[in-house]
Design a protein around this ligand. Structure first.
Ligand code: DGY
Length: 322
């Protein structure tokens, strides 16, 4: 009998076709995300799992999964999976870095351009029929990018590509990372290492590219916003939980900082009463960092490759822990 794979959501047809050749495949068709209750009942029978960033694959779920060999997530982020517990229990975990690096870096840069040049704000003005005057010295003015200092928080794959984009726009680039990269690489990319404290106080724009961990949870909060320039902007395409959203809404409203561009949120989709929705100096995107036709298709390809390798006892192409 074929081994059983559960997908908590659909992926591309070509990938499903491949999976069905080897496994018995079940795709969750109900409400998304799958409820913990349904997941708990299904996981017991499953040999492999394909999941998404909003599925909570914790210790409790894995303890129920007596046959589970592989968890393959359709994402680069894996903060939704208890990878330590998976490792201890010899459950392989696959994820999808690299293929989404460019798309996500481009998204960060798009948010940066949008918020500095007030594109979405202008779009709202036109749609509401409020475009009354044209081409004045003070009308709808945004900011130049060239000469501005971009602070990259977390210079991993995505941060490095963002640096490349920013360099093409003649920006100065500083970064903070757990570990400083080599001087040779710094020179090649055109970036300068700095402390977190200096990154916060010297950047005109800060773009966040760190994973969500215990250490980075709400690392951007009022204390930090008060140390940023009041002309500074914050961009986030990593995970919503690295920002204290309540503090950010106040900081934007009171102009403690100038603006923000966010692709990720503490809870997604955001609530219709969320304070961000009343602010003009913020650009919001519905978690689309990796969402290009090409990238999402490659993510499907890697997700199933990771799963298939793990099911045959091999290490996934991209794996965490075991
Ligand atoms: C990821 O892969 O973790 C991204 O957040 C999806 O866009």
């Amino acid at each position: 009998m074929k081994e059983k794979i559960l997908l908590t959501r659909n992926i591309h047809d070509f990938a499903l076709k491949e999976l069905r050749k080897k496994f018995q495949v079940e795709i969750h068709k109900g409400k998304i995300p799958i409820s913990q209750k349904i997941l708990e009942s299904k996981i017991k029978e499953v040999d492999g799992l394909i999941c998404f960033p909003y599925d909570k694959i914790d210790k409790e779920i894995m303890q129920l999964a007596k046959k589970l060999k592989v968890i393959s997530t359709y994402s680069v982020g894996y903060d939704h999976i208890d990878t330590q517990f998976a490792k201890e229990n010899k459950i392989r975990v696959g994820y999808t870095p690299e293929v989404l690096t460019d798309a996500t870096a481009n998204m960060a840069f798009a948010l940066l351009l949008d918020v500095l040049r007030r594109i979405s704000e202008g779009d709202r003005i036109i749609r509401k029929g409020q475009w009354k005057q044209i081409y004045g010295a003070y009308d709808y003015v945004g900011l130049d990018l060239h000469g501005k200092t971009l602070g990259i928080m977390g210079l991993g794959r995505i941060g490095k590509i963002l640096a490349k984009r920013a360099k093409a726009f003649d920006m100065k680039i500083i970064y903070h990372n757990r570990k400083q990269i080599s001087k040779t690489e710094e020179k090649k990319i055109g970036v300068k290492y700095t402390t977190f404290k200096k990154l916060i106080s010297q950047s005109d724009i800060i773009s966040i590219h760190v994973p969500h961990t215990k250490e980075t949870n709400q690392i951007f909060n009022m204390k930090i916003f008060r140390k940023m320039k009041n002309t500074a902007f914050l961009i986030n395409t990593s995970r919503g939980k690295v920002i204290n959203e309540k503090d950010l809404a106040i900081a934007l409203k009171q102009k403690i900082i100038a603006g923000a561009g966010l692709d990720v949120f503490e809870t997604e989709p955001i609530n219709k009463n969320h304070p961000f929705l009343k602010l003009e100096n913020i650009v919001l995107a519905p978690h689309i960092g990796s969402s290009t036709k090409e990238t999402r298709s490659k993510m499907s390809e890697i997700t199933i490759k990771n799963l298939i390798l793990g099911m045959s006892g091999k290490k996934p192409i991209y794996s965490i822990g075991y």
